[in-house]
Design a protein around this ligand. Structure first.
Ligand code: C2O
Ligand code: CU
Ligand code: CU
Length: 462
């Protein structure tokens, strides 16, 4: 790792900043333990640990600890690489249960995917090596793929950032991993799961940014920052707004967009990533906070009102932001010939006495039958969401291009690996089957996936 990159990714927490309250602590960058500048080698240990979501009240969590660090954190260290680097991660499992690491959004060989169809689970006491190239520039994340609703909730997740050449010039490049946790008054993770948790994905009562609650950052007036968001929550939708400021969306799951777009609100479904540029040129009269607003995700979930996610204070003036780049990523939609095969995936749910069950084409994972396709083929998937709620649909190992939502073309174009399919609607995307292997697809509301809404895609040789 080059020191310059490190500096880029570490947000400053010095400065005057009286107004921010407790400054948000940075997530550490994972230690690269080999000297080769083209190889990022990281040693992680999955083990029990503690963290204080509430001050002075430690919670028992599970962590991916950087073997070079004395203690683990939630989230796990951010793995940072440059496009083209080789990433090698050794995971030693010191948990009492089996686990894996899935590299969400990365295009990699099937043996490194970390799903139950790509490797045997890593048993307690065992070590497994993941080895894959950093193929694409963007913001990704990593998490277990066994009992993910439980293992991610307990703290096993981290961001993975791949940097490219010609990134936009910004004063700060910050990564915010968003989550929520359901805490007891003692500060410990609640062990209770109610029917609503099963229906919506476990709903936390405390919002977290980088594993912390209610913290703040200071921004230099007049500067431009790049904020990378990862939604690591089991089931919460974040619908972000920062009063008086807009977000220029420059990237999402599959990297930079050819045409960035400006919004006041940014909806991030579980599993998705977004990157925005923000110009801090509107010092607020009152306290400023990044908030999450209600998103109607179905089942008549009531509006709890805006909730603060992160406090933002203006500090002294910094270097004025340079002009925005005149051109962005050159990326054009894949032509989809008429007559391209359309596969339909119907999402549905059924209430059962011990909670809801979730279906794809009337099948409940693991009693599904793999979808068999040929490498190199381009096909359309129609995700037909007949349920009374939104489902964020995720496909492993490849990117897709959204073609339409209820017949209407999408407003923006870029590569996705996770997309929110609104309730009672049909979303179509085109996907070219690139790497061979048995890949998984599922709803990224983790309770839904574990309760059936998951399937397997077998990409066979051409
Ligand atoms: Cu982040 Cu199979 O998922
Ligand atoms: Cu994934
Ligand atoms: Cu779902």
């Amino acid at each position: 790792m080059r020191p310059l990159l490190l500096a880029l990714l570490v947000a400053g927490c010095g400065g005057g900043g009286a107004a921010v309250g407790t400054p948000l602590k940075d997530i550490a960058v994972a230690t690269d333990v080999d000297a080769d500048p083209k190889v990022v080698s990281v040693r992680l240990i999955a083990e029990a640990g503690t963290t204080e979501y509430l001050d002075g009240k430690p919670a028992d969590v599970w962590v991916f600890r950087d073997a070079a660090a004395p203690a683990g954190t939630v989230p796990a260290p951010t793995i940072v690489a440059r496009q083209g680097d080789l990433i090698v991660v050794t995971l030693e499992n010191r948990l009492p249960v089996e686990t894996t690491i899935h590299w969400h959004g990365l295009r990699l060989p099937i043996g490194a995917d970390g799903s139950p169809t790509s490797q045997p689970p890593i048993q307690p006491g065992e070590t497994y090596e993941y080895r894959f190239p950093a193929a694409d520039v963007g913001t990704f994340w990593y998490h277990p793929h066994l009992r993910a609703h439980e293992q991610i909730e307990r703290g096993l997740y981290g961001a993975l950032v791949v940097l490219g050449d010609g990134e936009p010039q910004v004063a700060k490049d910050r990564t915010f991993v968003l989550d929520d946790v359901k805490l007891e008054a003692s500060g410990k993770l609640s062990t209770e799961t109610d029917l609503l948790d099963l229906m919506l994905g476990r709903q936390g009562n405390v919002l977290l940014v980088n594993g912390q609650r209610g913290e703040g950052i200071e921004v230099a007036q007049g500067t431009r920052e790049r904020w990378r968001f990862v939604n690591a929550a089991n089931g919460r939708y974040f619908n972000l707004a920062l009063a008086g400021h807009s977000f220029l969306v420059i990237a999402w799951d599959g990297g930079l967009l050819p045409e960035p777009y400006r919004v006041d609100r940014l909806l991030i479904a579980p599993g998705e990533r977004y990157e925005v540029l923000i110009d801090f040129d509107a010092p607020p009269a009152a306290a400023l906070a990044l908030q999450t607003l209600h998103h109607d995700r179905g089942h008549d979930v009531p509006d709890p009102g805006p909730k603060d996610v992160l406090h933002v204070a203006y500090g002294r003036a910094g270097e004025p932001a340079p002009a925005l780049p005149g051109s962005w990523r050159s990326l054009t939609p894949t032509p989809v010939p008429a007559g391209t095969t359309v596969r339909t995936f119907t999402l549905d749910e059924l209430d059962m006495p011990d909670g809801p069950v979730f279906f794809i084409n009337d099948r409940v994972w693991p009693y599904d039958e793999p979808v068999m396709v040929r490498q190199g083929d381009l096909e359309i998937w129609e995700i037909d969401n007949q349920a009374e709620m939104d489902h964020p649909f995720h496909l492993h190992g490849m990117f897709f291009e959204v073609q339409s939502i209820d017949g209407q073309p999408p407003a923006h174009f870029g590569w996705k690996d996770t997309v929110n399919v609104p309730m009672q609607s049909k979303l179509r995307f085109a996907v070219r089957y690139e790497p061979q292997g048995m890949w998984m697809f599922h709803c990224h509301i983790l309770e839904h996936a574990e309760r059936g809404m998951m399937g397997e895609l077998h990409v066979m040789p051409p």
